[in-house]
Design a protein around this ligand. Structure first.
Ligand code: ADP
Ligand code: MG
Length: 700
């Protein structure tokens, strides 16, 4: 009879766990579907919290419904009919009755619904009230089966609706949870009494039971509060451990903010700095001058010019006699930064380390015609090098030696920088670009590379991070903001293409821009395991575009499975103007900077999150020319969230506004790619909203 938290879901109740749902009821049993989604044990099931609740007391009686109203009704199934429409579509009509009246819900082209809904079932249906053929209807119905006929499960005032997926219904999950809770004696508290005791919190066991089946709103609030506390406490504990390990007993480097490199830098740039850039540079130089480790987050929307600010900080580090490192999330970006370093620092006399004669392990000096005219063979004021997985063999050895001996002043690279083999002589500044792509571990690892004190850390991101999250993620963190774009940028026009006509217009636009000397990106959703067939795979699409749509243009393809060296050379061709249209998966999502590109066409835009779309659009509008972003939407009208996302993209180009929309539409996880960045999975707690609780958990 007894059940333990580690029992398999299958043991809860064979009749429910073995239930098959879906087309012709042939699918795998429910417990297998759950297992596939990471719910294998009773404990995991109990932490699969409801996504919403239906409160029976706020439900509207059918008689009181008014056309146009959005409403939820709870009613029994009175009849189910199926017929063919004149356009030869199947149409299933379910008639509901709640003692005050009847209302219909209709399903087109979903013949199986005839077998799902049966007389005597109790349903909760939300939708828009309409009158059709003089009968009341709930249009766009969202249906939950509350109770099948003669079924004896929980029918409290509030019914939980658990997240479900194909092959399992929320009703099945609800029943499994109900039966598991019935059979489980008491759930042990995961936190020690000393931590929870002084807080006015409910017991863990009570909270788990009530989050699934609350009697009223008050209980739900208390249950959520307790479970959020558990999540946040665990999170804070992890952060505190890491911080402690890294920072214990370390002090920082006091840099020299004024000097020839930093001083000459601004003047040598080919453009005017924005006020925001000047402000950020000053703020960072000041923080670097202080003897305690800097932890500074530089937020600036895509295209706001963060790289220049980072280079200025690197100048401060190097003129103070230390080393600096810039870590980028991809090979392509690392290569781009390296190129920027060369372009912007060579006027100051900086040289690539591998070209410097007499450097560690460098080849014997050879007289060269090019060098002959150079009067100055003195040591350059700064040397820089690139380190990625592509730098191999002798070059790699030389760079590693140069970094260790201190001859390399500025090292640019990917996460290769944090590998064991890389030892800095005296790293005092670590710049981490597009931080949301990195995990906490990598960030800390780079930080741990400082020799004497902890190096100053500058994190750059285009993703606005809510203050509370920043606090938790980075502990003691300063924030600087670049809130304007460089002058002379043209606004980007964004539109959505849904019809074949609109899509063709988009292709015409690409061709026109190419004829005018510009370039274009076409982004395809990556092949995704779950929907393999639906998504236009980049390669196939590239083929089609190259041979059918743009046979007259120079098209190249870039995708995630290519070798880094190949990616780089394609990117290089595009950058150099040898390619007109670059077709790519989202490998170009972050940071890529080709000012001559003026069109961004996103296929299956409905599949991308807002943060991603914003990043993609950030690839254009970087030069003096007018740019256009076209989002091809293949979602049906029923995918309202996707439509809202695209509408938000059309409405604004402001990253902060879009981040708000994203939080509202989907929650934090998608913005920060929680899984990727190694944050614990927060199911309930929203750092942005639960500041009070974060503070309490932190205080413990
Ligand atoms: P992001 O903040 O997205 O990383 P980048 O640092 O890549 O932006 O800068 C985008 C482009 O704008 C680059 O080509 C860069 O050289 C250029 N840029 C940066 N600052 C300015 C400025 N003040 N005026 C004009 N162009 C600038
Ligand atoms: Mg950037």
């Amino acid at each position: 009879m007894g059940l333990s938290p580690s029992s398999p879901v299958r043991d809860i109740d064979p009749r429910v766990a073995g239930r098959r749902v879906g087309l012709k009821e042939k699918g795998p049993p429910a417990f297998e579907v759950l297992e596939e989604h990471g719910i294998a044990t009773v404990r995991q099931l109990l932490h699969h919290y409801p996504r919403r609740y239906i409160d029976r007391t706020t439900v509207v009686p059918i008689r009181a419904l008014r056309p146009g109203q959005e409403a939820t009704v709870i009613a029994g199934v009175r009849g189910v009919r199926r017929r063919m429409t004149r356009r030869r579509q199947s149409m299933v009509t379910v008639t509901l009755y709640d003692r005050t009246g009847t209302i219909d819900i209709t399903f087109f082209n979903q013949p199986w619904t005839e077998r799902i809904y049966r007389e005597g079932m109790e349903l909760a249906v939300s939708g828009t009230v309409q009158v059709y053929a003089r009968r009341l209807q709930l249009a766009k119905p969202e249906v939950e089966i509350l109770r099948a006929e003669a079924e004896q499960v929980h029918t409290g005032r509030i019914t939980p609706v658990h997240p479900a997926t194909e092959g399992i219904t929320t009703r099945t999950i609800r029943e499994l949870v109900f039966r598991a809770l019935e059979r489980i004696p008491e759930l042990p508290d995961p936190l020690p009494r000393e931590v929870v005791g002084p807080e006015d919190l409910a017991s863990h066991d009570w909270a788990v039971r009530r989050i699934h089946f609350p009697e009223d709103d008050g209980e739900l609030t208390r249950a959520r509060e307790r479970l959020k506390f558990d999540e946040l406490f665990t999170l804070e504990l992890g952060v505190a451990f890491r911080k402690h390990r890294v920072e214990a007993g370390t002090s920082g480097v006091a840099h020299e903010p004024a000097g020839p490199l930093a001083g000459g830098f601004a003047g040598s740039l080919p453009f005017e700095l924005t006020t925001g850039q000047r402000g950020a540079m000053a703020e960072i130089a000041e923080a670097m001058a202080r003897p305690r480790p800097m932890n500074l987050l530089l937020q600036g929307d895509v295209g706001s010019g963060k790289t220049v600010v980072a280079l200025h900080a690197a100048m401060v580090a190097v003129q103070s006699g230390h080393q600096a490192a810039i870590m980028a999330p991809t090979e392509v970006l690392a290569g781009q930064h390296h190129r920027k370093v060369r372009e912007l620092l060579e006027p100051l006399g900086a040289r690539p380390f591998l070209d410097v004669p007499g450097a560690t392990g460098s080849p014997p000096e050879q007289p060269s015609l090019l060098d002959a005219g150079e009067p100055d063979r003195a040591e350059p004021p700064l040397t820089f090098a690139l380190l990625t997985a592509q730098v191999t063999g002798k070059d790699r050895r030389r760079v590693l030696e140069g970094v260790e001996s201190g001859e390399v002043d500025l090292l640019v690279g990917t996460h290769a920088l944090v590998q064991e083999a890389v030892t800095f002589r005296d790293l005092s500044l670590a710049v981490i670009d597009e931080q949301h792509r990195f995990g906490v571990h990598q960030r800390i690892a780079l930080k741990g590379k400082g020799a004497a004190g902890a190096p100053d850390v500058l994190i750059m991101t285009a993703t606005p991070i809510p203050r509370t999250l920043a606090l938790t993620y980075y502990g003691d963190l300063d924030v600087a903001v670049l809130d304007e774009l460089p002058a002379g940028r043209q606004p980007i026009e964004t539109r959505v293409a849904r019809t074949a006509l609109e899509r063709n217009a988009a292709y015409d636009l690409v061709r026109r821009e190419v004829q005018a000397g510009r370039q274009a990106y076409v982004v395809c959703a990556a092949i995704d395991e779950e929907n393999r067939l639906e998504v236009r795979a980049a390669e196939k699409e590239a083929d089609r575009l190259a041979t059918e749509v743009f046979p007259d243009l120079r098209v190249a393809v870039l995708h995630g499975r290519m070798r880094p060296a190949d990616k780089d050379s394609r990117m290089e061709e595009f950058r150099g103007g040898l390619v007109d249209v670059l077709i790519s998966t989202t490998v170009i999502e972050v940071g890529v900077d080709v000012p001559n590109a003026t069109v961004m066409l996103v296929e299956n835009a409905e599949r991308f999150g807002l943060a991603q779309l914003h990043q993609l659009r950030g690839r254009i509008g970087r030069g003096a020319h007018r740019s256009s972003c076209i989002l091809c939407d293949e979602a049906g009208p029923e995918n309202e969230v996707a439509r809202e996302r695209l509408a938000a993209m059309v409405r604004t180009t402001d990253g902060f506004e879009l981040a708000d929309d994203d939080l509202r539409l989907r929650g934090e996880g998608t913005l920060f790619d929680v899984k990727q960045s190694g944050m614990p999975d927060l199911k309930l707690a929203r750092l942005a909203e639960d500041l009070e609780l974060v503070k309490r958990a932190r205080a413990r």
